[in-house]
Design a protein around this ligand. Structure first.
Ligand code: PRX
Length: 638
């Protein structure tokens, strides 16, 4: 299997791991180089072939419309709905009685859904949404713990052609408020609370507080999950179980799936960008389903009998693409777990693998590093022989964590698929396939149909081994279509540095074997434990505290979290700087943005380095904190 860079099954430079003959023999893609070549020779024909593996109400007229760059369109003229592929077609087949979802709560309660059962719940909730006046194109905010109703609400929204905006349940008041307001959602779906690490996360309380800051949406639907006492506002708040039992919903049972154009919006998902408020990334029905399905099948080699477990939260893109949509489109059985990996003991995850016979596990470097700390005796208590593949996502995985995962969880049998992608890409972009050689810390090479490059400041390909900007050279079906309500920002953020190239925002190296090594973000995004946060949102949370006049936030390396948040604050006159205030500010950020946003350290300073135009030079703060050369500071005011 030779590629333009040489073989990927032998002779890779540096530390490399090769799959067994057994892994190669059963792989969905036994010859990755051949597939890459096929896609490179005729990308549109390749994607059309992959799209043909799915159901369409009407076939597309054109695979790719690039007449209005960078507003690319895919499968133009095609009629579809992602739910028709995720649910409807399985219900018509033998898979109707196959398990779609096995859910375990943090307290140990278990719920399972066959495709048939999931379809029924989705239909009922679609009818609930319809009864609330939700129609095609309307937005629905979903702010939930990790429970089956999250999946049901997402599918039910998409089924009727409405657009979901899932807000991660770990976000808090201001983050939620901003996202509800910007999306102009008609309905919010939430729960009384969720279980996390033995504690209750009071989601409904946060919703109540967020709604005090905005013109309320018409309806709030509340899932009773915890059974705690909550406030229900008459005329606005409704219990999910009562709505699902309404005669009109019970009698109807079924709900027709709305026929959508390929390019109709499926969802928006807020993510932090370079500067300013989080932006809503927009994905559509047609291309997105093709991209996530093809990559899921190729990279995670999914088979009918697999048990797939993605440990992410549906509130992030990983959950959208690879907990909800791709596994369902593939007709797979997914495991979903509500709580913390260490509750009540650090072997909770390993016990889940054993109990449900998980065969493919997809998780994050932070989680691996965190669990590694407790030692191999915890996984060693469990039978992990059901595993055949592992995966990693969200941040660069350090080789030490990779090796630990490979040895202690995969028992040196299970290849690790380190997948590089983003909210914006919708699907895996740079990732191995099982029948390839792996290098710990590298996501290997761009997938078939994807062309990535590392370029220098001028946009020229960087030399092998040199650090540069990661760009994507060719459009792909699951790509972001625009920033919701802000097309200029879409063009400016991703397509303006190098005309015709998509700028990922990551710095990267490509080695002599053509393997990509992601180094980290080069913009104002901080990836704390793999969670994507923006400096702007964090700084605005800090200055919303009455004691703070100005703030700047940077990310610094952290042993477990990968990157941790360091904040610098200028206090208002007459405010006393003390430890109690540091704690108060940390709590304040957690309350406004979410617990994941809590700064590791807050330092009070008299001034902040700024350019003449008043822009904070975070680069300088970072260099100082790391004790590095501060570079050229001539543009600085102070
Ligand atoms: O910096 C890269 C990092 O996560 C960013 C995208 O974050 P988000 O949109 O939240 O999506 C995360 C889940 C897909 C990227 O720009 N990143 C993601 N996966 C990897 C990664 N960095 C290194 N290796 C990865 N496998």
């Amino acid at each position: 299997m030779m590629s333009e860079f040489g073989s990927t099954l032998s002779g890779l430079q540096g530390e490399a791991y090769y799959p067994s003959a057994e892994v190669i023999a059963q792989a969905n893609v036994p010859d990755p180089e051949a597939l890459r070549k096929e896609a490179r020779d005729n990308p549109e024909a390749y994607w059309a072939k992959r799209a043909s593996e799915l159901d369409w109400y009407a076939k597309w007229d054109k695979v790719l419309d690039d007449s209005n760059k960078p507003f690319y369109k895919w499968f133009v003229g095609g009629k579809t709905n992602i739910v028709a592929n995720a649910i409807d077609r399985h219900v018509k087949s033998w898979r109707r009685n196959k398990l779609a979802l096995i859910w375990e709560g943090e307290k140990g309660d278990v719920r399972t859904f066959s495709y048939h059962a999931l379809a029924r719940e989705v239909c009922k909730f679609s009818n609930v949404l319809k009864s609330m006046g939700v129609t095609k194109g309307d937005r629905v905010t979903i702010y939930m713990p990790r429970i089956p109703e999250t999946v049901i609400a997402m599918l039910a929204t998409a089924k009727i052609g409405a657009v979901h905006s899932v807000v991660y349940g770990g976000f808090s008041v201001e983050a939620l408020h901003g996202r509800i307001e910007d999306s102009e959602s008609k309905v919010i779906v939430t729960a009384d609370g969720g279980h996390m690490n033995g504690k209750v996360v009071e989601l409904k309380k946060i919703v109540d507080e967020a709604l005090k800051r905005t013109a309320a949406p018409e309806n709030v639907v509340v899932v009773k999950h915890i059974g705690n006492q909550i406030n229900m506002e008459a005329g606005r708040d409704y219990w999910y179980h009562e709505l699902m039992a309404m005669p009109i919903v019970r009698q109807q049972q079924r709900c027709e799936t709305e026929v959508m154009d390929s390019e109709d919006p499926l969802y928006i998902l807020y993510t932090s960008g370079t500067t300013g408020k989080p932006k809503a990334i927009l994905h559509t029905h047609g291309g997105y389903q093709v991209g996530i399905y093809a990559t899921f099948k190729d990279v995670f080699d999914i088979k009918e009998e697999d048990r797939w477990w993605c440990t992410a939260d549906p509130g992030w893109v990983t959950g959208h693409s690879y907990i909800v949509y791709a596994p369902l489109i593939a007709g797979a059985t997914s495991v979903m777990y509500e709580g913390a990996p260490t509750f009540p003991f650090p072997d909770r995850w390993w016990s889940i693998i054993e109990k449900y016979g998980v065969s493919i596990m997809y998780t994050t470097p932070t989680a691996i590093r965190g669990l590694m700390r407790f030692g191999a005796q915890w996984p060693n208590r469990h039978d992990l022989t059901s595993l055949r593949l592992l995966g990693s996502v969200g941040e660069p995985i350090n080789p030490e964590a990779w090796r630990w995962f490979y040895k202690n969880i995969g028992k040196e049998r299970c290849p690790i698929m380190d997948t590089w992608w983003q909210t914006e890409t919708g699907m895996f972009m740079i990732a191995p396939m099982p029948a390839m050689g792996l290098k710990p810390g590298s996501g290997s090479r761009p997938l078939p149909g994807i062309e990535a490059e590392v370029v220098d400041e001028d946009g020229k390909p960087a030399k092998a081994g040199d650090e540069g900007f990661l760009v994507l050279k060719r459009p792909w079906p699951a790509m972001v279509r625009t920033v919701y309500k802000d097309p200029d920002r879409f063009v400016k953020t991703y397509w303006s540095k190098y005309p015709g190239l998509y700028l990922a925002g990551d710095s990267c190296r490509k080695d002599a074997d053509g393997y990509f090594w992601i180094i980290g973000r080069v913009d104002d995004v901080i990836k704390v434990s793999g969670y994507r946060l923006g400096t702007a949102e964090l700084e605005s949370a800090l200055v919303s505290h009455p004691a703070v006049a100005e703030a700047a936030v940077i990310g610094l390396p952290h042993e477990i979290k990968g990157v941790a948040i360091y904040a610098y604050a200028i206090l208002k006159a007459n405010v006393e700087a003390n430890e109690a205030l540091v704690d108060q500010l940390k709590q304040h950020v957690a309350h406004e943005v979410g617990p994941i946003a809590k700064p590791e350290r807050i330092e009070f300073v008299a001034s902040l380095p700024k350019t003449r135009s008043g822009k904070i030079m975070r680069r300088v703060l970072k260099s100082r904190a790391l004790g590095m050369d501060e570079g050229d500071l001539t543009t600085l005011e102070e």
